[in-house]
Design a protein around this ligand. Structure first.
Ligand SMILES: Cc1ncc(COP(=O)(O)O)c(C=O)c1O
Length: 439
């Protein structure tokens, strides 16, 4: 069924009623990008309780990469639900988790034998990467990058390189975390700046021999969709090798076919020691993993890692289906085609509005962004226009996300199963909204 054939019915209560009840019932820190209450969703479209249709360029922040209610994922989950929903893998295990771990070990970049552990959320995967790296090295320090985002739990929040709204008010933060600049050509931050900051860090703050891990996103997500260059990833790999430091690639947003490789690290030919994986892994069900070199993964003793819901059978069933779908529907290649389609439309838009779209980032598959500035100046961020565009877009039936340390980046994260027609229709809305806002 296409979008236009879908039945639209207004339900009671409507969006405004739900929103006022939400505001009364929820802590105010739990934000709402678009106060539209979703009633059902299918592939790259959603419908709210008032029957309004939305094209989804957000996929619940890079989660539903195989589309909403993908029939194969739904069938796998339904089958699992009929058998059992929870036993706790650490108490009475089940084969699907073992099968999934075997597949992830095979899919992870590099030839070193791998092992896996499961948790429930991305932040938990990051926390466990740090625990494993510390247990393996017997060291304390962790290096992260300015603008990085690693989650909202204590250690993950400490690693996150953006203060508001993630870190202010929530201190004291965990110790032994050090931030250095992430190379961003568009903002004049070069690889040399980063390497020199690391050199200074080792002289001023912590000896390299006390550093357990470096954590890096192969494409900075929340920070603004800045891709790590191959040279940067290779330089960090070499630095870790020289100093016995564990390299953690946070592939939570960039993994699982999103960037036109199964894992984004593959672009640089870099084999990380540990990888955090979540979001797209289970097509909308809460599952996350740490995949890493077997010798490092085995550093913590039995019982040292785990969790009640770690590797839920529902999440494992969904993830096994997602891996099959990615292979059967060639979604790695599709991510690249999607990137090309967006890139074309964004270039035309950039020509239409010179000086407004300062930079287009479409080098990494379907992890696409445009940075909005004033007068074509990279230093003159335009967060006002960015948030107006997000609002204008959902009011016109398109869900868009922003990001960026300066709040001036629009990121495009459509399902990898989206049709060309829906991409064009969504980009027509972006074009209309931008024209309206700039007129
Ligand atoms: C790169 C990266 N790491 C970690 C996280 C945290 O994941 P979660 O929200 O599942 O805890 C995110 C979430 O956006 C992310 O993009």
């Amino acid at each position: 069924m296409t979008g236009s054939e879908e039945k639209t019915t207004t339900l009671d209560p409507g969006n405004a009623d739900w929103q006022s009840r939400k505001e009364a019932a929820f802590a105010r820190a739990i934000g709402t990008l678009a106060p539209v209450y979703i009633e059902h969703a299918k592939n790259a479209e959603m419908w709210d309780v008032e029957g309004q249709r939305y094209i989804d360029f957000a996929t619940g922040i890079a989660v539903c990469s195989t589309g909403h209610t993908n029939p194969k994922v739904t069938a796998a989950v339904q089958q699992q639900l009929q058998r059992f929903s929870h036993t706790c893998f650490g108490i009475t295990p089940y084969g699907s988790a073992v099968e999934l771990a075997e597949k992830l070990n095979e899919l992870a970049p590099g030839s070193t034998p791998k092992k896996t552990m499961f948790v429930t959320t991305g932040a938990e995967a990051v926390e466990n990467c740090v625990k494993i790296a510390r247990a393996y090295t017997g060291r304390r320090g962790v290096i992260a990058f300015n603008g990085g985002f690693h989650g909202r739990t204590m250690m993950a929040m400490g690693l996150t390189g953006k203060v508001a709204p993630y870190k202010n008010l929530f201190g004291p933060l965990p110790g032994d975390i050090y931030h250095v600049p992430f190379p961003v050509g568009y903002h004049g931050i070069t690889l040399e700046h980063t390497l020199s900051a690391l050199d200074t860090l080792f002289q001023v703050n912590i000896a390299a021999s006390d550093v357990a891990a470096v954590i890096v996103e192969p494409v900075q997500g929340e920070g603004g969709f800045y891709p790590a260059s191959n040279e940067f990833m290779q330089a960090i790999r070499a630095l870790c090798d020289e100093n016995g430091i564990v390299l953690i690639a946070d592939e939570i947003q960039s993994g699982f076919a999103r960037t036109g490789r199964f894992f984004c690290c593959e672009y640089a030919g870099v084999e990380p020691d540990l990888m955090s994986v979540a979001k797209g892994v289970a097509g909308g069900f809460p599952l996350a993993a740490v995949i890493g070199k077997a010798a490092i993964m085995d550093a913590p003793p039995p019982g040292g890692l785990g969790g009640t819901y770690a590797g839920s059978p529902i999440g494992c069933a969904a993830a096994l289906a997602v891996i099959d779908i990615i292979a059967e529907e060639n979604l790695v290649e599709r991510a690249n085609q999607i990137g090309t389609l967006f890139s074309h439309r964004l270039s035309l838009l950039q020509q239409q509005h010179p000086g407004v779209i300062g930079d287009i980032r479409a080098q990494r598959g379907a992890m696409i962004a445009m940075e909005l500035v004033k007068d074509g100046d990279p230093d003159l961020a335009d967060p006002g226009l960015t948030s107006a565009l997000v609002t204008n877009a959902w009011q016109h039936g398109l869900i868009l996300l922003s990001c960026g340390v300066r709040g001036n980046v629009i990121r495009f994260l459509p399902a990898l199963t989206i049709s060309d027609e829906l991409i064009e229709e969504g980009m027509n809305i972006v074009e209309c909204c931008l024209n309206e806002l700039l007129s």
